[in-house]
Write a protein that binds this ligand. Sequence first.
Ligand code: PTJ
Length: 275
Amino acid sequence: MTIPRSHPRYESLVRRGRLVRAWKRGIVVPEGLVAQGRGEAWDYLFGEGTSAPALVAERAAAAHLLAASRPVISVNGNVAALAAKEVVQLARAIPAGIEVNLFHRTEPRVKKIVRILEGAGARNVLGPRPNARIPGIESKRALSHRDGIFGADVVLVPLEDGDRAEALVRMGKIVISVDLNPLSRTSQRATIPIVDELTRAILNIKKFVEELKTAPAEAARVRRAYRRSGNLAAVFSFLEWRLGGLRRSLAGGGKASRTKKRRRTTRRAVVRQRQ
Ligand code: PTJ
């Protein structure tokens, strides 16, 4: 189906189409489609744009990825479907490793996702033949690589499940999550929770990586200045402000239409008097 560019929700519909096609190819699991729907609901509340607190977290994420000695980006089915090219470009800009790590893990799916990333220009993607287990996780998410997520000091985990974010933090890693739900366990557990849509977040982090690469003093200042609880509190304040604005516009609309109605009645009364 061709989506007209003029459609007010064009970007969102394109993302949906990509996920459905990837599901048909066995890259995205049905649960991934449900996850996208949950994310979209939050994105509506945020106004389908990056909030100022999300930008702050994205800049902090870039500063930490640049300072890492072994940064790794974790990729699952949804991430491969929505942002394979952007992830590969970000990994190159840092530079960082990429590991395919799946919740609903099957070896054929891991291989398919590796091929997608290679098609987007990635080299040495980890995923098949894992050689380590993340302690404290029962699911197949635990399967990892010593040269990848297991041995990393900073891990970017977009669209995560809370268990692994928590386990990676317990291992002493800096965990950067991307999740539109600020209440999810992932957002609550990550060292740097980014509450933004995946494709927007990856593009923003890459932009900040490029900016901060040549400004190490500023990158160090950004790392020192970032406060996770203050940032999450700002996300909630932003939501409060958005919802308040929507409420006020309804109330204002009501008042405006009442005033219009009153003016119309007065005008009619004046006309009647003149007649
Ligand atoms: O490919 P697999 O097997 O590793 O499975 C991937 C999914 C996404 C199915 C798996 O990780 C999963 O079940 O995740 P959850 O627990 O549903 O969490 C996904 C979170 O991502 C939810 O909190 C959503 O709100 C959020 N989310 C979904 N789509 C986006 C998003 N956040 C940012 N951008 C999105 N496009």
